[in-house]
Design a protein around this ligand. Structure first.
Ligand SMILES: *Cc1c(COP(=O)(O)O)cnc(C)c1O
Length: 345
């Protein structure tokens, strides 16, 4: 079979390609560089050598606010109408989207009110307040904060800005993929993407599967919040009864509706990892970059290690999204202790 006919036989239905095309257009038009930077895609030399594969890190931990969330938040807020801007925005967030919205709102002169779970790390709360947004701590985890934010939006007439379940937010996050395909024009076997509510992976999958469908998109979840894995297994968006919050940036109980529409057809595989694997991956990233990531930020690297261990892959080019660096300094003691317990790979 020629490569072309093989692609033709695998091509998804045209309605689905039209959906991807709509996202690709939104991604190309997203004005994220008013605030976000094009982050480096850099080799992790020690990890690459140890794993026998070329591992590249997409350094989203280097964004202003120290996570990629600024992309989606800014894209959404920048496209609000005048009247919506005047009424302000309301959001619920485990912390990084909150900081993205706060910064984007300040930049655009919009009032922002942000509901965060009571367990949110102090430095993320500070990150919101220091950027001039109002932070309300409410509920033990994201779903409770979300319910409160939705009712506030209804009573105040402000616009609710979802951290992941919104096409413009997904498109903003998808600009990460646009950069990766420009930065890595040669070999590229798979992109490993951390998954919380699925906005980041949906934007990345839409862009990559439209342009380079042979590149595998692999989601990585915490085993304590594997809502995409469970939704794919069930064929519908399930709600997890409990969610662990160690990887607080991805502590979401239900995958977003818009994201799931893309993920169910365009994500090749989902891997879940333990908290101890995350701690070990934080150390791996530190060893190669001298930078500290938060637990969610290290998911993709932990996923690459698990993937290589399971599949025996060698000689591949694997990209990990290093998605964020917002960790309380005090938590590092725990990370160091747990990382020491993980068997070396
Ligand atoms: C939000 C977030 C994720 C997950 O993104 P989703 O769009 O919710 O799937 C991963 N890592 C970090 C650091 C985050 O803040």
């Amino acid at each position: 079979m020629s490569p072309l006919s093989r692609f033709a036989s695998m091509a998804p239905p045209s309605a689905d390609m039209a959906l991807l095309a709509r996202y690709v257009k939104m991604i190309l038009a997203a004005p994220v560089y008013d605030l976000a930077i094009c982050t480096p895609l850099q080799v992790a030399p020690a990890l690459s050598q140890r794993l026998g594969n070329q591992v590249l890190l997409k350094r989203e931990d280097l964004q202003p606010t120290f996570s990629f969330k600024i992309r989606g938040a800014y894209n959404r807020l920048a496209q609000l109408g005048d009247e919506q801007r005047q009424r302000g925005v309301i959001t619920a967030s485990a912390g990084n989207h909150a900081q993205g919205v706060a910064l984007a709102a300040r930049e655009l002169g919009i009032k922002a009110t942000i509901v965060m779970p009571a367990s949110t790390p102090g430095l993320k709360v500070l990150g919101v307040r220091s950027r001039g947004a109002e932070a309300i701590l409410h509920g033990e985890s994201f779903p409770f904060a979300l319910a409160h934010a939705l009712s506030l939006a209804q009573s105040s007439g402000g616009t609710f800005v979802s951290p992941f379940d919104d096409p413009l937010v997904i498109a903003g996050q998808g600009t990460v993929a646009m950069e990766i395909l420009r930065q890595q024009q040669g070999a590229l076997d798979a992109i490993f993407v951390p998954v919380g509510g699925g906005g980041l992976i949906a934007g990345i999958a839409a862009y990559v599967k439209y342009l380079r469908p042979e590149v595998r998109i692999i989601g990585v979840e915490s085993e304590h919040s594997n809502c995409l894995q469970q939704a794919l297994a069930a064929g519908e968006r399930v709600i997890l009864p409990t969610v662990g919050t160690f990887a607080d940036g991805v502590a979401v109980a239900q995958i977003g509706e818009h994201g799931f529409e893309i993920c169910r057809h365009h994500v090749d595989q989902v891997i879940s990892v333990s908290n101890d694997q995350l701690c070990a991956a934080i150390k791996d990233i530190y060893d190669d970059t001298r930078s500290i990531t938060e637990p969610s930020g290290a998911l993709a690297v932990a996923g690459i290690k698990e993937y290589v261990a399971q599949s025996g892959a060698t000689g591949q080019t694997l990209v990990a999204i290093d998605s964020g660096a917002n960790i309380n300094f005090d938590s590092l003691r725990h990370v160091v202790e747990r990382a020491a317990l993980c068997p070396p790979l």
